[in-house]
Design a binder for this molecule. Structure first.
Ligand SMILES: Cc1cc2nc3c(=O)[nH]c(=O)nc-3n(C[C@H](O)[C@H](O)[C@H](O)COP(=O)(O)O)c2cc1C
Length: 367
């Protein structure tokens, strides 16, 4: 049994802690239905995907892709697209990044004025173009600077402010525990920890001990654990191993859009959720696409293609139809493919996706 330090207001006993993942959580004044959150995946976790997941149920909180602060307050179309939302897309947090505090504050106020609910500051992105401008994981090299930035944002808006970071820049600089503790002192409402360093990129295993060190470093502020959660067992063991208050799932939600519902079902019933029927699975595919068309019109055809390889295996789509899903050009073609998928569903047994989400590769310095 994991020993758990003070995390969340009423520090629970070990037994209560073991059951924590079954209960809702209040974060920054928002009552969330589950402790299973969607981690941001730039290029994937757009409005349509979030809403399609929410309709499957079980998702406690979603966060937008990272949005560059200046681009947002100067209202560049691409950034407005990233923060596009609907009443159904709640609860939602918008993630901002910048190395410049004034720009972040300006973007945070822009969001507050337009009725957004919460802000997350990205301090974990390993990409050179983000780090070069002093943003993302680069902030983890400057504890004081990172904390001051967060403090200024907290003082500038009434919205709850959270932070997402890695364990540190590299294994010699595991600054997350110290930064998280200082973030708590300046009023940050929660910290999400991806259990890798910036130097690791997406390689190597997730360091759960490292996440637990962050949990142990804070008094009451919820820590959201993240990294490589793909199944219900992965998520539950993440709670037990780290003492975290919630789990954020990124790529696992692409692999299995039902993962949040599976978790919610398991939390309520103590048994595995029955598999979604073939019709439910194909309806999800179709719904995701048509939600995309609401925002992007014909361009949705192009944008949806990158999901084909993920859904292909999971949804039992025969490979020739998956291949057509990667190339289709218009709505009629999509509908035709879906009709054929319904007729031939189950022909394919393998549940391993034929493509991986692209993560940056090669030496991390070159990203
Ligand atoms: C393609 C891709 C895009 C990502 N975009 C973001 C992002 O916009 N903001 C962020 O904080 N993290 C981003 N991440 C990191 C994820 O949120 C998450 O921390 C990481 O993928 C580990 O969790 P997972 O194993 O559940 O995917 C991204 C990761 C990937 C693979």
């Amino acid at each position: 049994m994991t020993t758990v330090q003070n995390n969340e207001a009423a520090s629970p006993s070990c037994d209560e802690h073991e059951e924590r993942w079954r209960t809702p959580i209040c974060l920054g004044g928002r009552q969330l239905q589950s402790r299973f959150f969607l981690a941001p995946l730039a290029g994937y976790t757009h409005l349509a995907f979030r809403v399609a997941l929410r309709r499957l149920q079980g998702l406690g909180l979603a966060t937008t892709d990272l949005v560059q602060a200046t681009m947002l307050w100067s209202e560049r179309p691409k950034s407005l697209e990233l923060v596009a939302t609907t009443p159904e897309d709640r609860p939602l947090t918008v993630q901002l990044f910048s190395g410049n505090t004034n720009d972040i504050i300006r973007a945070a106020k822009w969001l507050e004025d337009r009725g957004y609910e919460a802000i997350d500051l990205n301090m974990g992105c390993p990409m050179a173009k983000v780090n070069g401008a002093g943003g993302g994981a680069r902030l983890m090299c400057d504890t004081d600077g990172a904390v001051q930035m967060a403090e200024h944002v907290v003082k500038s808006v009434r919205l709850p402010v959270s932070v997402k970071m890695r364990l540190g820049w590299d294994s010699a600089r595991l600054t997350a525990p110290a930064i998280a503790a200082a973030m708590e002192d300046v009023g940050v409402v929660a910290v999400t920890i991806h259990g890798r360093t910036r130097a690791q990129g997406f390689h190597g295993g997730v360091n759960r001990e490292g996440i637990r060190a962050v949990v142990d470093a804070v008094r009451q502020m919820p820590i959201i654990a993240n990294g490589d959660v793909r199944t219900v067992d992965d998520a539950i063991s993440m709670f037990h191993d780290t003492g975290c208050s919630a789990v954020a799932i990124g790529r696992g939600a692409m692999l299995d859009p039902w993962i949040f519902r599976r978790l919610q079902y398991f939390a309520a019933n103590n048994q595995a959720m029955p598999e979604p029927s073939p019709d439910e699975q194909i309806d999800f595919l179709s719904q995701h696409f048509y939600l995309m068309t609401e925002q992007h019109d014909d361009h949705a055809c192009f944008q949806f293609r990158k999901f084909a390889a993920w859904y292909g295996a999971r949804l039992g789509i025969p490979e020739d139809l998956e291949d057509r899903l990667r190339r289709f050009e218009n709505y009629q073609e999509f509908d035709q493919i879906v009709t054929e998928i319904r007729q031939r569903h189950g022909e394919r047994q393998c549940a391993i996706p034929t493509a991986l989400i692209k993560v940056p590769n090669g030496p991390v310095e070159h990203w």
